[in-house]
Design a protein around this ligand. Structure first.
Ligand code: OXT
Ligand code: ADP
Ligand code: MG
Length: 576
């Protein structure tokens, strides 16, 4: 090409922009600086250009894990986590995580490339043909498709607002392949971008609702505050602490709300759970739903005595979802808790001392009962011995983030390991989903820069295990401890037919998961005693290097479904 023609072409393209650039510009303008995804047609170049433009692009081995990373990034930052996938199969792989984000009220945007509308709608068999928008719709808060480059800015603005405003959740953004290469004038492109102002506006509670709630609380003889992961998400930590302390009411943290106030706080009722649920007369829910995790607010777990509920939540439809809510306080938690504090004034009398005394006595009894079990140094380890070792690690490193999944590995770690700071415990959430482990660990390290300790059942780990390569590739400060009991719940089941296939719940005996990490240049360790475990985890946390510790757990130590065996239907007619 002649020099003059080349110059003219360069000058001309300087005045142009395209779909790729507009997606990147829209993200950067709105502070979306990280992408979790898997490359491929039609978004490979988007990842490259985004990286070149200063967006951190974390490339995973499977979209589901990238999606779980985006979901937990949303929980940790209050900004939508972005997951980027290819069309049909990649999109579907990411969809479980989008649904999980929506179920858990985490803001996330699943951005998927898609095939050409004209061909998809006539079902003419395009490459990876699928009507992705229609499929995503029932599984998220909102779903949008952008067909024209000049609408990319609006598309992102709508997606961001939908993800973070009101009750947060997952949003799907469909970007057909053709969009990326569409070219428009650079000026028009710049003007089409939207910087979202006040994406999650404060929602103030009505003063009458605040007064009603305080009237109910004041009349209580045995009040209880339940803190859920919505309260952790809200980042209103100081106000929540002030409310708890000013009211003198015992608090029960749901799993991912542990650490909002330290589990060692004098008013923490985590170790007296059954007692406070049964015996309380007024329960204030703050960012927690009365779903299965709270036995729907009724039945045996809640005892015979009548109860009144106060519920602080941003979602009005949540009220009366399971039982009558005597005092709904609808608004964002920061505004609601501040309003409650203001209205309490300077002379609020604390909850009755005899009630706090009874809760403390029960808590101390349970803690004392557990203490000797945590000291055992058996080999192979049981859960308590192994967790006793890990508990001190978190105590000494309260800023570390704990990721936790499994059945016994989850339920026992939740009880044994005290948390000291907000948003440090990440787990299976509302669905009890296995597979969130490595995605959560990666996002936690990336978003916070803090070291991560992932305590994983051997089954749970298997759902996302290949991401240890991702951890090594990005050199993330993640220490994974696999509680290896040779299977799901236990490794001792037998095939009832007498045949040679193993039982459905058992895995290869004596597996060495630590070798997986070594395969990618990380550190692998086999730990057979609590002392070993403590020493090697400490070393890993000090080094900040990717490490995987295969913790050998007695295969007979677990129980079926951990603490939720009651939900597992069992045949009365057939023997196991
Ligand atoms: O007050 P009481 O006396 O009742 O005592 C309570 C507390 O007061 C007390 N406590 C304490 N005592 C002393 N000291 C301290 N510090 C302390 N703290 C508390 O302890 C008791 C218990 O307290 P807790 O835990 O708070 O209370 P409780 O009653 O358990 O609470 C009820 C719940 C429901 C709130 C709680 O149990 C809970 O949050 N549970 C979540 C359970 C959950 O979500 N489980 C995960 C799903 S299980 C199953 O579905 C699995 N699958 C299937 C599957 C899944 N899930 N997903 C997908 C995609 N595919 C398949 C599979 C495959 S689990 C699983 C794998 C399992 O195998 P692994 O190898 O991974 O794991 P292992 O089991 O280890 O082998
Ligand atoms: P947990 O499982 O810990 O009990 P849930 O996920 O059941 O918690 O409940 C979280 C609740 O928090 C949801 O009902 C959601 O609407 C609410 N929520 C989330 N963020 C906020 C916020 N910023 N302000 C008020 N409520 C919120
Ligand atoms: Mg197991």
């Amino acid at each position: 090409m002649a020099e003059a023609a080349l110059k003219a072409e360069v000058a001309e393209t300087q005045d142009l922009t395209d779909g790729f650039s507009l997606v990147i510009d829209a993200m950067k303008l709105n502070g979306l600086n990280t992408i979790y995804g898997v490359p491929g047609i039609p978004i490979t170049d988007l990842g490259r250009h985004a990286q070149a433009a200063g967006i951190r692009v974390l490339s995973f081995r499977h979209e589901q894990n990238a999606g779980y990373a985006a979901a937990i990034a949303g929980f940790l930052t209050k900004k939508p986590g972005v997951c980027l996938t290819v069309s049909a199969p990649g999109f579907l792989n990411g969809l479980t995580a989008l649904a999980h984000a929506t179920t858990n009220c985490f803001p996330m945007i699943l951005v998927s490339g898609s095939s050409e509308r004209e061909i998809v709608d006539l079902q003419q068999g395009d490459y990876e043909e699928m009507d992705q928008l229609a499929i995503a719709k029932p599984l998220c808060k909102a779903a949008y498709r952008v067909l024209h480059a000049q609408d990319i800015g609006i598309g992102f603005a709508r997606a961001i607002r939908a993800a973070v405003s009101g009750r947060p959740g997952g949003v799907y953004l469909d970007l057909p392949a053709k969009l990326f290469a569409q070219v428009i004038g650079a000026d028009a492109g710049a003007k089409s971008l939207v910087k979202v102002i006040d994406a999650a506006p404060a929602q103030l509670p009505a003063p009458a609702a605040v007064k009603r709630a305080l009237d109910v609380l004041k009349a209580a003889k045995r009040p209880l505050i339940i803190l859920g992961k919505g309260a952790a998400y809200a980042q209103a930590d100081e106000a929540i602490r002030a409310l708890v302390e000013k009211s003198g009411v015992p608090f029960l943290p749901m799993s991912m709300a542990k650490g909002l106030l330290p589990d060692t706080h004098a008013q923490c009722a985590g170790a007296a759970r059954s007692t406070v649920l049964k015996d309380s007369d007024v329960v204030m829910l703050v960012g927690a739903r009365l779903n299965w995790l709270l036995s729907h607010g009724k039945g045996k777990a809640w005892g015979e005595a009548p109860k009144k509920f106060i519920q602080v939540d941003i979602e009005p439809k949540e009220m009366d979802s399971n039982v009558e809510i005597a005092a709904p306080v609808v608004g964002d938690i920061g505004s609601c808790v501040s309003a409650l504090l203001d209205a309490m004034g300077g002379s609020w009398s604390k909850a009755p001392a005899d009630w706090m005394g009874a809760v403390t006595a029960k808590r101390d009894e349970n803690v004392a009962k557990m203490a000797p079990r945590l000291m055992n140094n058996k080999s192979p380890m049981d859960y308590h011995g192994a967790l006793g070792a890990l508990r001190t690690i978190i105590k000494e490193r309260p800023d570390a983030i704990l990721v936790n999944e499994g059945a016994n590995t989850l339920d026992l770690a939740r009880g044994v390991i005290d948390m000291y700071k907000p948003r440090k415990r990440l787990d299976v959430g509302t669905w009890g989903v296995m597979g969130v482990g490595m995605g959560s660990a990666i996002a936690a390290a990336v978003e916070t820069g803090h070291p991560v300790l992932a305590i994983e059942g051997d089954s749970a780990f298997g759902f996302s295990g290949m991401e240890v390569e991702t951890i090594c590739r990005y050199q993330l400060p993640v220490c994974v401890v696999i509680f290896n009991n040779d299977g799901i719940y236990r490794g001792t089941d037998q095939n009832a037919s007498g045949g040679k296939d193993p039982a459905p719940t058992v895995f290869v005996k004596g597996s060495r998961y630590d070798k997986m990490m070594e395969a990618f240049g990380g550190t692998g360790v086999n730990a057979t005693t609590p002392d070993d475990l403590k020493r090697t985890v400490n070393a890993a946390m000090d080094s900040g290097k990717p490490t995987l510790i295969n913790a050998v757990i007695d295969p007979a130590a677990g129980s079926e479904s951990g603490r939720i065996g009651n939900l597992n239907p069992q045949s009365k007619l057939r023997k196991k």
